[in-house]
Design a binder for this molecule. Sequence first.
Ligand code: CU
Length: 695
Amino acid sequence: MSITDIQTSAAYVAPEAPAHPLSSLSVVEIEAVRTVVLGWPDFTTTMRFAYVGLEEPTKGEVLGWDAGDAPLPDRRARVQLLDMATGRSTDSIVSITTGETLSSTVLDGSKGQLPILDAEFEDVGLILAEDEGWLAALAARGLSIDQVVAVPLSAGHYGYVAEEGRRIVRSFVFRMDHPSDHPWAHPVDGLTAYIDTADRRVIEIIDTPGLAVPETHGNFDDPELQGPPLEGLKPIVITQPEGPSFSVDGEHVSWGNWKLRIGFDMREGLILRELSFADKGVDRPVMYRGSINEMLVPYADPHPNRFWQNYFDTGEYMFGRYTNSLALGCDCVGEIQYFDAVLPDELGMPRTIDNGICMHEEDFGTLWKHTDIFTGSHEVRRSRRLVISFFTTVGNYDYGFYWYLYLDGTIECEAKLTGILFTSSFPGDAEDGTAYPFASQVAPGLGAPYHQHLFSARLDMTVDGLSNVVNEIDAVRLPVSETNPAGNAFTKKVTPIMSEAVSGRVADGAVNRVWQIASTEKTTELGQPTSYVLFPTETPTLMADGSSSIARRAEFATKNLFVTKYDPAERYAAGDFVNQNPGGDGVTAYIAGDEPLVGEDVVLWHTFGLTHFPRNEDWPVMPMDYAKFTLKPYNFFERNPTLNVPAPAMSDHCSAGTGHAHESHSAHDAGHAHESAAHGAHDDHASHGHSSHGH
Ligand code: CU
């Protein structure tokens, strides 16, 4: 190994340090990284850049840095390189400030491979076209190579000796009847190739004859299939005549009481950083970093041709690099602020995805409202949210990731799923009439195997600082007893998650289970710890058997929550090198040290998503499906923090929140006395006096 002792290239010119230590890598910084790598004596022209990203300074370094300070002394990038000719893979840290290579490791493959490159995916078609066995298997089905397209996918890890230490992909094949024919409608099922992309050869073909190729096309963009346009839809136009309410300085955003930074990475896509909420003039920290750090799509069909079908779209495919360039009026409507996404291509050259990240404000209905039967007060406020999102296309599926910030301090993250189902040849009903139990039939003879979409949100929380604890809170039913004679009592049980080893938790809607991230230092005036609460939405865990390969590789998905003590090296729920990883990395390794968690700097790993039994309506293109979670302030404030949101501007008629409205109360009261009579039992209480108003 020689590249660790490379001298700084004489030609190296350091780019200017960015405004903030967490600024996303710029075009000139990516160019600088490439200059460093090309200066390595053992650099070869067959090397490709699998990953280049900001090697973030530690949280301590960043929090110790204030705007206006000198830049941190060393700006660093992480660089992962694959030699296409040999499969040799390296993981290095490069100083952008000095041009030095600070560390470099050669991967032996025993703990996983670098992600699959586009160049490898492209090679698969060429490799298959030259393989006699593949051509013969196609011919046996009456097909030639020019009638089909290969769909290569990540291989997983099944302990095959022939695959150890080699770069493997497995490929399905689909028939494509003309240049605008979507091949997903015509799976040539029962035929799979295992390919060594470095050796450029097929190492095995799994051939299970007898499955028909479905014939009905699925061309959702065919005007004939679409039919005559639906009539009667009038335009919806969103205008903000005075412009949006946010202000943007580079990647820094202020909106309402929120402040945050926006970041982009070719692996994780959108990253939200350093979120704080201003309260009485003080910016109170809430979350240091939030991202979708991993996602898994495991399939349920045990058929010999597809039992291995599981995609880690972040770790194996780097879904950030497939970020869409968004279009105004199509992907986003209203007053939109776009951020470009900058990333390297596989030759290490900077590539800019214009308008990769979209930010805008949305009206979100009623924020709060009350019409009071006693005072006549009638107040209503409008809710709005700041939406920050990106869309990525990973093969057949298209995923949107939307973060919402609300005026009341709530944070939501929503995954949106659309695109095209992964398809199979539907085997038909068994002789006893039972349907095939692992796929839906969505068109004649066309199957859509059951699967899950499991997203891992890495939530590096800083609720009022670095000293936090995570409590699991369940609603608890209490039995009839002397103190609960009517049996109506229920209460809540608060269980602190004491250490990493016991942090694996499963959502349970039946007991209203939530996870509270509480400060162990700050309290409200009432003495409660200030906190945020993670509300999971009805959400699955991994369905695959606990002994399966995928369960070992994706322990994060076997639970809805893990909690770890902050460690800058612990970034990805399934580990750094997910492709062909045998398991045991990621969260599994992160919790092995069983660090105590009370009063510590905590990171939450929240798995949320969907179990998808496809339906006819999902074909030939899926209407949007959704999965989400919510983080709400919980005793973070002394009271509703949105009392000062102004009443709707144009509407004397919908709010009594002004002085002149109070003057009119007596008139309203007269009306109320009349209305109250109609309220029945409730107002009988009211007539006894205002003190009994609660209900
Ligand atoms: Cu799905």
